[in-house]
Ligand binder design. Sequence first.
Ligand code: GLU
Length: 480
Amino acid sequence: MTVRVRIAPSPTGNLHIGTARTAVFNWLFARHHGGQFILRIEDTDVERSRDEYTQNIFEGLQWLGLTWDEGPFFQSKRLDLYRKAVQTLLDKGLAYCCYSSKEELDQMRAEQEAKKQAPRYDNRHRNLTPEQQAAFEAEGRRPVIRFKIDDDREISWIDMVRGKVSWKASDLGGDMVIARASDEDAIGQPLYNMAVVVDDIDMQITHVIRGEDHIANTAKQILLYEALEGKIPEFAHTPLILNKEGKKLSKRDGVTSIWDFKQMGYIAPGLVNYMTLLGWTAPDSTKEIFTPAEAAKEFGFERVNKAGAKFDWDKLNWLNGQYLHQMPAPELVDLLIPYWQKAGYEFNADSDRPFLEQLAGLIGPSLNRLDEAVEMSNTFFTQTVEYKAEASAQVQQADAKKAIGAIISALESAQTLTSDDAQKIIQTVTKEQNLKKGLVMKSLRCALTGDVHGPDLMQSWVLLHQHGLDLPRLQQAIEK
Ligand code: GLU
């Protein structure tokens, strides 16, 4: 059997982190089994679906590297297939026309509520006679199509994450609508559960992997598989992504779309690695850094947790950092240039490229997110340096002034400044002025950058020197 899985987003918003994580699990599972990963756009909800969201979903999946093998298929282009299946159910007597008006249904719900009963359709039109039907038609009523649900049934499946799951059919809310009413004589718009099952049968989906919020749909869908005589796939319901408070991660938590994460400076390999670990643990639970291909080798649902997966920003930052730290400077610089440009730093992306690459190489090992590069590189793009209080206090010490003065003299007679030259100057100054190396280094860093912390000092100095920024800053510091 070839494994065939699908991701089936509804284009009613930008690619959501929950959908992306489901896509990651589907993708890993498909790759693990050498199977197929299919993309299906569930755009039957005409009012809420938008092309721009569909585009965002494509771009998001591509950016994450979650390449699909088939599709995209659009449900809006497959309506005839669903209508045919609805007709099959009508022909088999497994579905029927329901003429209840909105007012009648509202009244029925109000009565149920008054009796403290769960709201459900009471199947009142299940057995209409042809005369009753004709009478409703004569009134101008247009029917929805309902699928019969046998209340006595219990629906069970062995979930790949949860083990045995059982639902009483009587908890499914009565006979379910599978197609809306239509003004014409044809069957109206087919509804979600119907379209999904018809597609999953038609696309020969072997494993349905989706969020746990779909569990009740699965129970309904199994009944539809049986009615349509389709092969029931395996199901895996993945845990929800939770915020710090243990509630479902939502817009209120700041970011929910993949684009938000991209904007915040996360890179695709870091984010995919993080999503892989949102609910799944590797057989070697100490191993956390994986390329998608490595994770795919080990991925399976026996190690996916039932409980909700807490979103942990610190871990995401750390993981993202692991990828940034290893990224070669020529690659990293392309990702950083847009951030520097947006910050208004002045440079020419072509002619200054060697400098920018060195800068990327310098700060890369300290970055957890791309946007952090803005503050970290500020000092390399501005003429004047702003001193933080601690740095200002440092350069005002007598020994610091002595060190900086000696560095200035050494620098004035130097032709070039490589990292080695810089090291030598520090050594000489330390020795000749009889100062501690730590003090010399700290004073130099404060004078050059206005900060006590920062990336590699020798490299920073070399870069500042290339733009003639070091000498004026040292002079400025000594006059403080
Ligand atoms: N369209 C559904 C959603 O976006 C997915 C349904 C499914 O995977 O079966 O939640």
